[in-house]
Design a binder for this molecule. Structure first.
Ligand code: NDP
Length: 239
């Protein structure tokens, strides 16, 4: 059997598409998100599906132990769980900005800390972080979400430099517009309409399976080859 792949936020969108793609490629999986039933409904073989909130670092260690006992070491961790609330800063609540930083940044550190030290010790393994074009360019109403994704990009580069001498890869996938449920965190109708209007203007969003294909391509390169970053957007997306 191929090595174990762990994916956070696997209950919908890009994470669910990645779960299917890595399963089709023959990998056993550790799938986590809060909505466990959605992951179980996918019915993937050799998949351990567990309800888990990425803010819980200790809980993730226990899940990694459980999965590794059955399938061997995690060879790839995909830090995909994410949350977005688009608003002018003044209209956001402390809970809005706390939640975005907790899921997108602290969560990524929690799950990474559960697997990276062992990868470095083994001298092999891959961490794949889902950043965004919002980690490269500022967009209107994105101040806090942009902040979380710029942080993801910075931390990915720092982790890459720390892990590289041990032959461990840290890869950044930066999608542009992808058709998922991500916008459901946003309350303001005018902002949602603007988001949809730009998406239509550029000929539509990508399918999550197109991002999953890029992720699989990056992972399937030989261990001595690291794709630092893949920016994957609809062709007509400008920034
Ligand atoms: P979705 O809303 O479809 O998926 C988000 C996933 O994150 C869900 O599985 C959700 O699971 C999980 N999640 C959210 N909060 C938590 C939490 N506290 N603990 C554990 N899991 C959590 O959106 P996408 O598929 O679009 O998002 C996936 C990643 O892609 C995110 O990091 C996002 O920022 C990034 N991205 C998306 C783009 C797009 O255009 N869609 C563009 C660029 C980047 P559950 O609710 O069950 O916990």
């Amino acid at each position: 059997m191929k090595p174990l792949v762990a994916i956070t936020g696997a209950s919908s969108g890009i994470g669910a598409a990645a779960a299917r793609a890595f399963s089709e490629a023959g990998h056993p999986l550790l799938l986590t998100a809060r909505r466990v039933e959605l992951m179980e409904e996918m019915g993937l073989p050799d998949a351990i599906c567990r309800a888990h909130d990425v803010v819980d670092a200790e809980g993730y260690r226990r899940l990694v132990d459980e999965a590794e006992t059955r399938y061997g070491p995690v060879d790839l961790l995909v830090n995909n769980a994410g949350f977005m609330v688009l608003e002018e800063f003044a209209a956001l609540s402390p809970e809005d900005w706390r939640q975005q930083f907790e899921v997108n940044c602290i969560g990524l550190l929690n799950t990474t800390s559960a697997v990276l030290p062992a990868m470095i010790e083994r001298g092999t393994g891959t961490i794949m972080n889902i950043g965004s074009t919002a980690g490269r360019t500022m967009y209107p109403n994105h101040t806090v979400y942009n902040g979380t994704k710029y942080a993801v990009h910075a931390m990915t580069e720092g982790l890459r430099r720390e892990a590289a001498p041990a032959n461990v890869r840290v890869i950044l996938i930066s999608p542009g517009f992808v058709l998922t449920d991500l916008l459901t965190g946003t309350r303001a109708e005018t902002i949602k309409e603007g988001y949809h209007a730009y998406r239509d203007e550029i000929g539509g969003a990508l399918d999550p399976r197109e991002i999953a294909r890029a992720m699989l391509f990056a992972y399937e390169q030989p261990q001595h080859l690291c794709i630092w970053e893949m920016v994957v957007t609809p062709t007509r997306q400008l920034v």
